[in-house]
Design a protein around this ligand. Structure first.
Ligand SMILES: Cc1cc2nc3c(=O)[nH]c(=O)nc-3n(C[C@H](O)[C@H](O)[C@H](O)COP(=O)(O)O)c2cc1C
Length: 361
């Protein structure tokens, strides 16, 4: 993160944090009047993790809108590329006016208004009709200046003629509003300011199908059992699915060629250990051939004797329920007899052939 300065209206210096790779598409964060860039910091970091360059701006002191509007236009003119402007509270007033003075598209690629307060319905409607930029209006309690009931007038006046882009969402019912806001924001940015040009691939050859399957993000599990000699065996598997609650059933798909397949076919019980973010080495070890997978692996027998891996996010102990042949894999269905989990850890994720982590908790 680096600190930069922009020249505002009348030579006023405006400080901003600059985060992320300069080649990534830019987002300009504008706080509410009376707040500072510290209010956007968490969002800024999540945006950087999603491949955005972020400029997190401080406004000048004062509640008079006119200098703020000129400041914002000056900052946008100094930025190397047209950002999506994301503004909160009365900051969204400033942004809507700054970008509604002319068509705004030469200054910004899009506009996100978070909790825009509306005091004067007539002015609000006039400002809204001038906006031609792709605009997302979100009400969701991010800023202390909650949107008033009259904000409906603003949203109603947004020019729906051009409005495939206009999306008025109410996040008030979302359980975690900041997380819901981030989700909306990232979806809008991906749609309006994609990091790379969209490129759809199609086909039915094995490579295309494998890559298409890899677009389904999963967690990672280690499936374990005891072999006939009572020795623990296990393999990495992301084909885990919850199947039924009553009775409690889950499944994993196991390759017929896997070294552990004969044991898993025969075992009366098996374990499914969902990995947490610190267990990437465990995932690698249980997917590699020729390794003594349990050599340095802490584990303990569960109630049914199945090996459960210490420090996993979740461990399910299952009784063999059924087995279904399915091409070069078999589907192993287990009846859960016991589950133990640790709710405070992040999961280890897998997406398009790579390990991933949650962008925000
Ligand atoms: C992220 C990841 C997910 C995997 N998912 C599965 C799976 O769902 N089913 C499966 O049979 N193999 C899966 N594998 C491959 C097995 O882990 C691997 O082929 C197996 O451990 C090979 O060793 P083995 O033949 O000695 O058992 C996965 C591997 C990785 C890295």
């Amino acid at each position: 993160m680096s600190l930069i300065e922009y020249k505002g209206f009348g030579g006023v210096v405006l400080a901003a944090d600059m985060l992320g790779d300069e080649n990534d598409p830019a987002v300009l964060l504008v706080p509410d009047i009376g707040q500072s860039r510290a209010n956007w910091r968490e969002v800024a970091e999540a945006l950087v993790l999603s491949g955005r360059r972020v400029v997190n701006l401080d406004l000048r002191d004062g509640t008079d809108l006119a200098p703020h509007i000129e400041d914002l236009r000056a900052v946008l003119a100094q930025m190397g590329s047209r950002p999506v402007v994301v503004a909160a509270g009365r900051g969204s007033w400033i942004a809507a006016h700054a970008l509604g003075l002319d068509d705004g598209t030469h200054l910004a690629a899009g506009l996100v208004l978070v909790d825009m307060p509306v005091d004067d319905v007539v002015i609000a409607s006039a400002a809204a009709t001038r906006l031609v930029l792709p605009t997302l209006a979100v009400r969701g309690g991010f800023s202390p200046a909650e949107a008033s009931a009259d904000s409906d007038a603003f949203f109603a006046a947004l020019p729906l003629g051009q409005s495939a882009d206009i999306n008025d969402c109410d996040l008030e019912l979302a359980s975690d509003r900041k997380e819901a806001l981030l989700g909306q924001l990232l979806e809008f940015l991906e749609r309006r300011q994609p990091r790379e040009a969209m490129e759809f691939k199609a086909g039915s050859d094995p490579r295309t199908l494998r890559d298409a399957m890899g677009c389904f993000a999963t967690g990672i599990t280690i499936v374990t059992a005891l072999d006939a000699e009572g020795t623990p065996v296990g393999l990495t598997a992301n084909s885990f699915t919850s199947v039924s609650l009553d009775p409690p059933l889950l499944l994993v798909c196991i390759a017929n060629t896997a070294g552990t397949a004969p044991t898993l076919r025969e075992a009366t019980h098996f374990g499914v250990n969902v990995l947490q973010i610190g267990q990437q080495p465990t995932s690698n070890r249980f997917a590699a051939r020729g390794e003594d997978r349990f050599a340095n692996q802490p584990w303990a027998p569960g109630h049914t004797g199945v090996p459960l891996l210490g420090s996993s996010l979740v461990s399910f102990e299952c009784q063999h329920e059924s087995l279904h042949e399915a091409g070069d894999h078999f589907i192993l269905v287990g009846r859960v007899v016991r589950a133990q989990f640790e709710p405070h850890r992040d999961p280890l994720l897998y997406f398009r052939g790579k390990y991933r982590r949650l962008h925000f908790a």
